[in-house]
Design a protein around this ligand. Structure first.
Ligand SMILES: [Mn+2]
Length: 284
């Protein structure tokens, strides 16, 4: 008799991977370890990326393609780097975004300029958009464009496959299962609540408030403000030497600085086990 292939979620191991930042080789190596481990126990593999698939490392295009083409058992959240990338590309190559559905977490550079909190009133829009572009390029966007064979100095010629833009725009800010909740950074309960209300269609939420909540979900590094959730909270964003279990917070930080020459780490929710591979990448 043919052995029944496990298909339901009870027979799946969910692995959460920390910030990959274009380190495709390490990602492939780590995933082969995860597959080996799951196979031994006759389980399927489901991979959740905490976001920041892109920037700094050598092959962001390859990492996006890997997640995009394996949507059946891979999912990535939105990190601050995907957000910077999308905002800049949308501002400098608006034609590439025509007809693509924009999620509620996407705020264009033009809209941000209208709100520009804390910035001088005399800052022109021309300067603001260049400032935002330089922020992305200087934080690894240059390497991302190179992985697509593009010249970062010539925004008018930039071309990123529409399938990749569509994929990134389809990613969410949060993923959860009965045992765990995953966000890119140390998300606060009140911000996730606001996001949930917005997703449920609440009309009473100002776009600026929603944007502030989203910024905190993908940027917050402040352990002090972070409160314990009802279930295990997994995140990346802040590089740590060892995958860190925040004391008393029931939370694990998984970004182990692969792109800075350290390691790439995953955590299996069901088996409560860490997996890690050394970085083959040296930060110049
Ligand atoms: Mn990050």
């Amino acid at each position: 008799m043919r052995k029944k292939k496990p298909t339901n979620s009870a027979s799946t191991f969910h692995f959460v991977i920390g910030d990959i930042h274009g380190c495709r080789n390490e990602m492939i190596q780590l995933e082969s370890e995860l597959t080996k481990f799951a196979k031994k126990q006759n389980r399927n593999v489901f991979v959740v990326g905490v976001g920041d698939l892109v920037d700094r490392g050598p092959d962001s295009a390859g990492v996006i393609e890997h997640f995009r083409s394996r949507r059946r058992d891979h999912l990535s959240l939105i990190g601050n780097h995907e957000l910077m990338m999308l905002e800049t590309l949308q501002e400098f190559c608006p034609k590439d975004f025509v007809g693509l559905k924009k999620p509620n977490w996407f705020v264009s550079i033009k809209e941000q300029y209208k709100w520009r909190k804390g910035l001088s009133k005399s800052l022109s829009f021309a300067d603001f958009r260049v400032l935002r572009k330089v922020q992305w390029l200087g934080n690894g966007g240059h390497e991302t464009l190179e992985s697509y064979g593009q010249d970062s100095a010539k925004p008018e010629t930039w071309k990123v496959p529409r399938a990749h833009l569509r994929y990134l725009l389809s990613c969410n800010l949060m993923w959860s299962c009965p045992a765990a909740i995953v966000t890119h950074a140390l998300a606060l309960k009140k911000d996730l609540q606001l996001l949930e209300n917005a997703n449920l269609g609440s009309l009473h939420i100002a776009k600026q408030d929603l944007n502030q909540a989203i910024q905190s979900i993908i940027w917050n590094r402040d352990v002090q403000t972070f409160h314990k959730f009802e279930k295990l909270h997994l995140s990346g964003h802040t590089p740590v030497k060892n995958p860190k279990k925040l004391r008393d917070k029931f939370a694990i930080q998984l970004d182990t600085g692969c792109v800075y020459g350290q390691r790439l780490t995953a955590y299996c929710i069901e088996a409560e086990k860490f997996f890690t591979v050394d970085s083959g990448f040296t930060w110049p």
